[in-house]
Design a protein around this ligand. Structure first.
Ligand code: CP
Length: 358
């Protein structure tokens, strides 16, 4: 059984295969319209969403299947204290595949280890959002013709921006991609992304706080929202919330063929006068998300047909109960009876669920 919890669960060959399938779906939608007849996706959303939940549901419906689920924990038995493990075991009896979003980092991993059907992480806290990355990659591939040899700038909340962490994890495995990290120092990229991805893959990257200086060098500008809901200090959010606002005037400093992406929702970081600029691709990105989720559902259900064994993590570098994770939003703080798991990342011990240093 395969689940997709982190973008590194997919090899580059698999990502390229998903890109090809998505492009074929765009060209020949009818060919795919009955591929999932009789199949159900369960969308279990413990945190708000517009794009991810609706695009998973639209994806399954366009494949001939159907969708069940909930859009808030208050309308599920989580509100009575049901665990993620039990929820996954129960939903496995009703559906063929789960897409789960949760405010606790590592919750989709716990679901995948306990249910009997594939689980797709639809965003866990500030940790990962692998299917947004698939949407981003299809947009880059369609707009730029290739993912190799690009300079990609990430701007805004690089600390809590899970879409940024996941996209860097994918770009690291393409050829000659350079990264420009644009943020205030309080919202800089977490150290585990630097160590596990940027350093490990020897990526060329720079960090700066100056968007306007970086703009002329970029092929792709990936704007992000400052994530109000993840701040413990609301005064800090108020101070940082308008750190970057991309206006049409500022965009004039970019190259003619730079593309502007944003996972959305936007609050104030891209002014609406940018929307008509041909370089603005964030609404195309929304639609591409549906095509990539269709391709991913097809891939995972096909694998599940042949391999019915429970999803497992590679435990060759894992120890149990050696350390206690201190991340207050890690699933191991709330899930009953969860074994603390630590993984050895080149001498640094990290929590298996949330990837934070222990
Ligand atoms: N990009 C994204 O995850 O959007 P939603 O929060 O609306 O799903």
């Amino acid at each position: 059984m395969r689940s997709v919890i982190d973008i590194v669960d997919l090899s580059v060959e698999e990502i390229n295969g998903l890109l090809s399938t998505a492009k074929d779906i765009i060209k020949h939608p009818k060919k795919y319209s009955k591929k999932c007849k009789g199949k159900k996706i369960a969308t279990l959303f413990f945190e708000p969403s517009t794009r991810t939940r609706l695009s998973f549901e639209a994806a399954m419906i366009e494949l001939g299947g159907s969708a069940i689920g909930f859009s808030s924990p208050s309308s599920s038995s989580a509100s009575k204290g049901e665990s993620i493990s039990d929820t996954a075991k129960v939903v496995s009896k009703y559906a063929d595949i789960i897409a789960m979003r949760h405010y606790h980092e590592g919750a989709p991993l716990v679901a995948s280890l306990n249910g009997d059907i594939p689980v797709i992480n639809a965003g866990d806290g500030g940790h990962c959002h692998p299917t947004q990355t698939l949407a981003d990659l299809l947009t880059i591939s369609r707009e730029k013709g290739s993912i190799d040899n690009l300079t990609v700038g990430f701007c805004g909340d690089l600390k809590y921006g899970r879409t940024v962490h996941s996209l860097i994890g994918a770009l690291a495995r393409y050829k000659n991609v350079k990264i420009v990290l644009i943020s205030p120092k309080e919202l800089a990229i977490p150290s585990y992304v630097k160590e596990d991805v940027l350093d490990k893959y020897n990526m060329e990257y720079i960090e700066t706080a100056n968007l306007e200086e970086a703009l002329p060098t970029l092929d792709v500008l990936y704007m992000t929202r400052i994530q109000a809901e993840r701040f413990t200090d609301k005064a800090e959010y108020e101070r940082l919330k308008d750190s970057y606002v991309l206006t049409r005037e500022k965009l004039n400093k970019a190259k003619e063929d730079t593309i502007v992406l944003h996972p959305l929702p936007r609050v104030n970081e891209i002014s609406v006068d940018v929307d008509d600029d041909k370089r603005a691709c964030y609404f195309e990105q929304v639609e591409n998300g549906k095509f990539m989720r269709m391709a991913l559902i097809l891939m995972l259900l096909d694998i599940a047909k042949k391999d019915k064994s429970k999803y497992k993590i590679d435990d060759s570098k894992i120890v149990y109960n050696k350390f206690k994770c201190k991340n207050p939003v890690c699933i191991c703080q709330t899930e009953q009876e969860l074994k603390g798991m630590a993984k050895d990342c080149d001498g640094v011990w990290r929590c298996v669920y949330c990837d934070k240093n222990l």
